[in-house]
Write a protein that binds this ligand. Structure first.
Ligand code: ATP
Ligand code: MG
Ligand code: MG
Ligand code: MG
Length: 473
């Protein structure tokens, strides 16, 4: 059955509507009244108000398709088949209503019933927490998953510190031996780092309260929180090799090809990665700007800046040397229009912001790259493996090279950067700025010349625990 991405999204919503769920509209990527999050990074992130009891929903059963941004996967985006910085999470939720049994049975019904997705049951396996005998039993008795396709994994526990927590159970689709069949690969199992067993759906059973003293007590009202990756589902349904080879991305790739000097999917991995990075990042940046974020040197703005720069850098691999990302916005808007009209509606504004940012970057990029290649050349001549923190700092400070970008360039040449030294340089700069601030304050100068201009907060890793804590890079 070849469904379009729009049909899959709609089917998920319709299925859970039939099971008595109310539809919650997709919320802004910029968290509302939630300083603990940099971006909305999952379907549940916008529903915390219900989970923590601040608001009692009219209907305790909720379904949504939520745009999400995750930056913890940024390094591997474009390299794996399945990771994005922007993606959609489809989810069903129970706020103290149904629990494990319904969640498990319905997930299976949606995936395998011919009326719905109609996946071959043999292709699916599930993971459970080793102590979650309840879920294990349900998968066997209510659903009929054979024991050999139920894997017990210690990591299957959802915990963000104080607050609701509990075991989870994930569903994997076996894409077949052409996606990995090395019997010696220690990661080749559902839940391992491999492309064969594709994680499509995570069911979280929040049944404990993680107390301040570190103990766990059962929650009086247990919750369900699930998340399914739309792009991954669509890749399986459309029999596409990667998420990028689906109707969600191919039109953007086509548009990019018009500007490039090498076609997509022509047997060159570096070229394909470049396309994937570009089309991934443009979606993220376009949607984020549409939701009110703007490129800057810190927090969310820094993430956008870094994504744009990363895309520009990869685009060079396919011969694109001029600002171009803004030309992709209309096609992103068109693909998503039916469910997310916002990119289309704000197209002109989004394009203007991206274009300005790209132009600025191009100006400094060229100069910076000349300097960096000289630095690397010298290092190689002197048989050195490591680029000093001072040099990395200079690129950062003068040419606006985020440290991770420099690191990516440097590692491509088989070299490393001295991160500790770089951090020390950063610290020294912060101290200088602080001293300057104090001085100017004591002189009665109001203006904060140095400010936080050069202290971007690092995009942070998280699963459900992303915070705005500023780890300075
Ligand atoms: P993975 O192990 O593949 O990184 P995850 O366990 O971090 O995924 P969850 O936090 O369980 O992901 O999110 C629920 C679902 O959202 C996943 O099962 C997957 O289908 C999808 N998903 C998660 N991260 C991404 C991503 N970076 N890009 C695309 N889809 C994702
Ligand atoms: Mg996972
Ligand atoms: Mg998961
Ligand atoms: Mg992950």
């Amino acid at each position: 059955k070849k469904l379009t991405s729009a049909q899959v999204r709609q089917m998920f919503i319709d299925f859970f509507k039939e099971k008595g769920h109310s539809v919650e509209p997709s919320a802004s990527l910029v968290p509302f009244e939630d300083p603990s999050l940099l971006w909305i990074n999952s379907g549940v992130a916008t529903l915390k108000k219900y989970f923590d009891g601040r608001i009692i929903p009219e209907n305790p059963r909720i379904v949504n398709a939520q745009k999400s941004i995750r930056t913890n996967d940024i390094e591997i985006v474009g390299k794996t088949a399945r990771h994005h910085t922007f993606f959609e999470m489809l989810g069903n939720f129970s706020i103290g209503d149904y629990f494990k049994e319904e969640a498990i049975i319905w997930s299976w019904e949606f995936l395998t019933s011919d009326q719905w997705i109609g996946f071959d049951k043999e292709k699916l396996s599930v993971t459970v927490h080793p102590e979650d005998h309840e879920a294990y039993k349900l998968w066997i008795e209510k659903v009929g998953v054979p024991e050999e396709r139920i894997i017990r994994l210690e990591g299957n526990f959802w915990d963000i510190g104080e607050g609701p927590s509990g075991p989870n159970s994930e569903i994997f689709y076996d894409r077949g031996p052409s996606y990995g069949n090395d019997p010696k690969d220690p990661e080749l199992y559902p839940g391992g780092e491999n492309e064969r067993y594709l994680e499509i759906w995570n069911l979280v059973f929040s049944q404990f309260n993680h107390n301040a003293d570190g103990t766990y007590t059962p929650l009086p009202k247990k919750n369900i929180d699930t998340g399914m990756g739309l792009e991954r589902m669509v890749s399986v349904i459309q029999d596409a090799k990667t998420n990028f080879d689906t109707d969600l991305f191919l039109p953007i790739i086509k548009e990019t090809e018009k500007l490039a000097n090498a076609p997509y999917n022509n047997g060159n991995e570096a070229v394909d990665t470049a396309y994937k990075v570009v089309v991934d990042h443009i979606r993220t940046v376009a949607f984020a700007i549409g939701d009110g974020a703007l490129p800057s040197n810190e927090g969310r703005g820094y993430v956008l800046r870094r994504l744009l720069r990363r895309a520009v850098r990869f685009a060079k691999t396919i011969g694109i040397e001029k600002p171009f990302m803004h030309t992709l916005v209309p096609v992103v808007g068109a693909i998503m229009e039916d469910f997310y009209p916002e990119v289309n509606e704000k197209k002109a504004f989004i394009q203007r912001v991206i274009r300005t940012e790209e132009e600025r970057f191009h100006e400094t990029l060229h100069e910076g790259l000349v300097i960096l290649s000289e630095i690397m050349k010298k290092a190689k001549e002197n048989n050195e493996q490591t680029i000093t923190g001072k040099d990395v700092f200079r690129l950062y400070d003068t040419y606006g090279f985020p440290v991770d970008l420099t690191e990516e360039y440097v590692e491509e040449e088989g070299l490393h950067i001295h991160r500790e030294e770089f951090e020390k340089e950063m610290e020294a700069q912060r101290n200088r700025a602080r001293a300057a601030r104090q001085e100017s304050a004591s002189m009665g100068v109001q203006e904060d010349v140095f400010g936080d201009l050069k202290t971007p907060s690092m995009f942070v890793g998280y699963e459900y625990t992303e915070t705005t804590s500023t780890i300075n890079v």
